[in-house]
Design a protein around this ligand. Structure first.
Ligand SMILES: *[C@@H]1O[C@H](CO)[C@@H](O)[C@H](O)[C@H]1NC(C)=O
Ligand SMILES: *[C@@H]1O[C@H](CO)[C@@H](O)[C@H](O)[C@H]1NC(C)=O
Ligand SMILES: *[C@@H]1O[C@H](CO)[C@@H](O)[C@H](O)[C@H]1NC(C)=O
Length: 287
């Protein structure tokens, strides 16, 4: 009995420890640290063709992404904020080998070189490629922003599974400013900050290449954060939404507010994005 349990643990480690594409985030303990108190949001969980990515780079995980392989954009990325230590901009754009073939390497790879490794295999069936974004008029807009990380996590945000076609004005102006304001807030008031950044796909607006609908152009971007002290107790929370247009406007709101915002796009209850809505537990034992 004990031996078979040990064997099972060993086998499951063998098969899961180096996966990028996982069945459930919960199966990969190292990938759960991006979710406050191990709570994976229900939001997006039943998206058709959703893949769960533990974003692996230089032999470890950096964040998690729920990826919609039909729209070829993320539903959301989940991460913990890290103060940046500079390091410049990654020049490569990575793709997810295991979305092409589950037996391929468990680490993001420069799309150009993955193509060279596997001549004749089309990489873009289940994900967006760099060529889709070229001359599209849209920015490769980071969900999990590179500015919220130190190297090498910063490099790892340059995977196309973490970007969406974003209006250039929004990306370079008000959304960027909003990300910087979050940086200041997280540095000033939080010991740790857990963040979710997502996109709401449009009904039928796409980057089209050779008459093929390749990458959905989302209608909205949204984010939500839960900032905690060094005992993992909630200190502050908040959220934002932005229409993906040159209107270039970010609206800030509460976690409840973003819950209501998301509810418009789903028939199922949105549920809590963070454990207990990122509210301090009242200690009932204290008298
Ligand atoms: C991360 O990106 C920087 C800037 O391009 C680069 O100098 C560095 O080598 C990259 N790190 C890794 C681990 O690839
Ligand atoms: C996946 O890759 C393996 C190893 O390269 C190969 O044998 C297999 O045929 C590939 N599967 C598909 C569906 O292409
Ligand atoms: C940090 O928290 C204090 C007290 O709650 C608040 O007044 C301040 O605005 C916060 N800082 C930022 C950058 O949001």
């Amino acid at each position: 009995m004990h031996i078979s349990v040990t064997l099972c643990t060993f086998l499951s480690l063998l098969f899961s420890a180096h996966a990028d594409v996982v069945e459930r985030f919960e199966d990969e303990p190292e990938c759960m640290k991006y979710f406050y108190k191990d709570k994976v949001p229900e939001w997006g969980a039943s998206t058709p063709g959703a893949a769960r990515l533990c974003q692996r780079f230089v032999n470890r995980y950096h964040f998690a992404t729920l990826y919609d392989t039909n729209h070829r954009i993320a539903v959301y990325s989940a991460y913990q904020f890290q103060p940046s230590n500079g390091g410049g901009r990654e020049r490569r754009w990575f793709v997810e080998p295991q979305l092409v073939n589950i037996s391929w390497q468990a680490e993001m790879k420069d799309g150009y070189w993955l193509g060279k490794d596997h001549p004749g295999v089309y990489l873009g069936e289940k994900q967006a490629l760099d060529e889709d974004y070229k001359h599209s008029g849209f920015d490769r807009g980071h969900l999990n922003p590179n500015g919220h990380h130190a190297v090498p996590s910063r490099n790892a945000t340059f995977t196309l599974t973490n970007v969406v076609p974003q209006n250039p004005k929004l990306n370079q102006n008000s959304w960027r400013i909003h990300e910087t304001q979050l940086t200041d807030l997280f540095k000033e008031n939080c010991s740790k900050a857990y963040v979710l950044v997502g996109a709401i796909p449009s009904a039928d607006t796409w980057i089209i290449k050779n008459n093929v609908k390749r990458v959905n152009i989302p209608d909205y971007l949204w984010n939500a954060y839960c900032c905690v002290d060094n005992n993992d107790r909630p200190v502050q929370s908040g959220a934002a939404t932005a229409r993906n247009t040159e209107e270039n406007k970010v609206e800030t709101l509460t976690l409840e507010g973003v819950g209501q915002f998301l509810q418009q796009f789903s028939n199922q209850p949105v549920g809590e994005l963070f454990d207990n809505n990122c509210k301090a537990q009242t200690d009932n034992k204290k008298m």
